[in-house]
Design a protein around this ligand. Structure first.
Ligand SMILES: [Zn+2]
Length: 89
């Protein structure tokens, strides 16, 4: 299945595609744009190997994780991520 949403972006903006690749997490095809490449080159970052959806998914899981508690599960004793603090009984 080819996900060609990025062709819509180049049709409606000045952005052009430098290269395309497959996401290492979900294997969907994604594009690297010239404006994105300029920013990455200027900042010295390496080019992405995961798609924008997976990048946002990782970002939001990190942001959500900051508002959760890491504690031991009361039944299994395993480390879990929970909305309840360790003090909650
Ligand atoms: Zn992906």
């Amino acid at each position: 299945m080819m996900n060609k949403y990025f062709d819509l972006i180049t049709q409606n903006t000045d952005a052009s595609i430098i290269s395309t690749g497959n996401c290492k997490h979900c294997n969907n095809e994604f594009a690297l744009y010239d404006v994105e490449k300029q920013v990455l080159d200027k900042q010295g970052f390496k080019y992405p190997d995961i798609c924008a959806t997976c990048r946002f998914r990782m970002l939001y899981s990190y942001l959500n994780d900051r508002h959760l508690y890491h504690r031991k599960d009361s039944l299994s004793g395993e480390s879990v991520v929970s909305i309840y603090s360790p003090d909650y009984n």
